[in-house]
Write a protein that binds this ligand. Structure first.
Ligand SMILES: [Zn+2]
Length: 154
């Protein structure tokens, strides 16, 4: 099985990237999930992984992901579904993403996300450019890691 390190979804081995997440991140092995401190789907315990914040657009979601990763906070991003009833999203059928972090990190994560929100409002363009650059870096790092650990699939 392969896993999305962003939303925690499980996929067949033949799938290479996550269809649910913005930018379709490449899937990783169960070992890599463990290394990053992320729960596998059947291990995601709602009492331990709690909401640190919500992003209502893909750019914000990416900025949140980047800041939490920078701060080494394990993160699951759960894509919202239309029709999910929630006090924050009732009546809102636009996509949204829920940031789930370990409860021990919740206060720190929520504060970081608040800071980022304020900054992002002040300089939305800069934030998205920075996010894209970081995504590229991540991509290269992941690619390098995969190249060295997995035989090339033909
Ligand atoms: Zn995903």
């Amino acid at each position: 099985m392969r896993y999305c390190a962003r939303c925690g979804s499980e996929y067949q081995d033949s799938v290479v990237d996550c269809t649910d997440c913005p930018n379709h991140p490449p899937l990783v092995s169960a070992e890599e999930m463990r290394e990053r401190g992320l729960p596998l789907p059947h291990e995601l315990d709602q009492r331990r992984f709690v909401r640190a914040g919500i992003a209502d657009d893909p750019v914000t979601a990416q900025v949140f992901v980047d800041v939490l990763e920078e701060n080494r906070i394990p993160l699951i991003v759960r894509p919202g579904r239309s029709g999910v009833v929630d006090e924050l999203t009732t009546g809102n059928l636009l996509p949204w993403w829920e940031m789930l972090v370990p409860d021990t990190e919740q206060a720190r994560a929520a504060a970081l996300l608040e800071d980022v929100k304020v900054q992002a409002l002040a300089s939305a363009d800069e934030a998205s450019r920075a996010a894209e650059e970081e995504e590229l870096e991540d991509e290269r790092a992941r690619q390098a890691a995969m190249d060295s650990s997995v035989p090339p699939a033909l």
